[in-house]
Design a protein around this ligand. Structure first.
Ligand SMILES: Nc1ncnc2c1ncn2[C@@H]1O[C@H](COP(=O)(O)OP(=O)(O)OP(=O)(O)O)[C@@H](O)[C@H]1O
Ligand SMILES: [Mg+2]
Length: 306
């Protein structure tokens, strides 16, 4: 058995619907140490969320095993907290109540009610949300909702934090703020994190290693890039760092040269639009105009399978 904290070993996944079989993941092997921050990057539809959902226990792999802290994963559990691109807060509960619900569920017996109350406040303070305790999700911004989602996940004290494009729906400035907060929290708490992203800069800035997936079908891990940049990391200082730019280029080279993906452009799109959508980096259709303006490379988000 592997000595790593989280091990994904020989994982394969084939989805079957009637007589249709799609082999999505092939021979996924990944070993993650405790406290490591791993990003997974790859073109849309290659199978990133499928990998994360297998680790979360929400999807069953066709073969292979996932081992977390020496135990095999085969069902969802509070030791793995998932944060999605679009917050999944309960709209009828306040910010405080959304986090308290999770805390009561995982620590209902191990903590007193006063301790649980303090724990909810502690985690909301980590993400700077104490000012909106009694607001409902409809009364706060998208970035704030993601913060509460992250606080809720952290409050469960998971062994691994699973983030599926957690900042993907946010504008570039809000995203940068949240990335900085996640880096600060990670440096304080030393969480083990697996994060899916389409954003090359985000991957380099936050990660200890970047896992680059090949295109599907039958996607596998193409390359793994170790990011040897000292922490704490400062995005402004790194902009001029040759090493940072080297890592960035390595990821871009993998995605746009080695794993170049040509999309089928629907005839209803005029040719000029089709061309500009492919001329990455700088903002494909998945990036907001502000991303493109800020020069943030974000992978093209394409609906449908590969
Ligand atoms: N329940 C399912 N049944 C059949 N096929 C599925 C199912 N879930 C995912 N797939 C297929 O598996 C492939 C990988 O999907 P997945 O959502 O993991 O991709 P992804 O890399 O996360 O994409 P994106 O970047 O767009 O989120 C896709 O071709 C998708 O259509
Ligand atoms: Mg996905």
């Amino acid at each position: 058995m592997s000595s790593h904290y989280l091990s994904i070993e020989n994982v394969e996944k084939t989805f079957e619907k009637g007589s249709v079989r799609s082999h999505v993941l092939s021979n996924i092997n990944l070993h993650i140490d405790q406290g490591e921050y791993i990003s997974i990057i790859g073109h849309s539809g290659c199978g990133k969320s499928t990998v994360l959902n297998i680790v979360a226990g929400l999807i069953e792999q066709s073969s292979g095993v996932v081992i977390l802290d020496r135990k095999e994963v085969n069902a969802p559990g509070p030791d793995r907290a998932l944060v999605f691109q679009n917050h999944s807060l309960l709209p009828w509960l306040t910010v405080y109540e959304n986090v308290a619900l999770a805390v009561n569920k995982v620590a209902g017996r191990s903590k007193t009610s006063v301790e649980r109350h303090e724990w909810v406040l502690y985690n909301l303070e980590l993400v700077n949300m104490l000012h909106a305790l009694h607001k409902r999700p409809s009364e706060i911004s998208g970035g704030m909702k993601q913060r509460v989602g992250i606080a809720r996940a952290l409050a469960m004290q998971p062994k691994v934090l699973l983030l599926d494009e957690p900042f993907g729906a946010l504008d570039a400035l809000t995203r940068a703020h949240l990335q900085d907060e996640v880096m600060r929290i990670h440096s304080n708490l030393k969480n083990t994190v697996m994060m899916i992203t389409h954003d090359v800069d985000e991957a380099v800035l936050l990660s200890d290693r970047i896992v680059m997936m090949t295109n599907g079908p039958s996607a596998s891990i193409g390359e793994i890039l170790s990011i040897d940049l000292p922490r704490p990391r400062d995005r402004i200082a790194l902009a001029d760092s040759p090493r940072y730019n080297h890592y960035r280029q390595e990821v871009l080279r993998f995605l746009y040269e080695k794993q170049r993906k040509l999309e089928h452009i629907s005839p209803k799109h005029p040719p000029s639009q089709a061309r500009s959508a492919q001329s990455l980096p700088g903002g494909g259709s998945g990036s907001s105009p502000s991303d493109a303006a800020a020069g943030v490379p974000v992978l093209q988000k394409v609906s449908g399978a590969s």
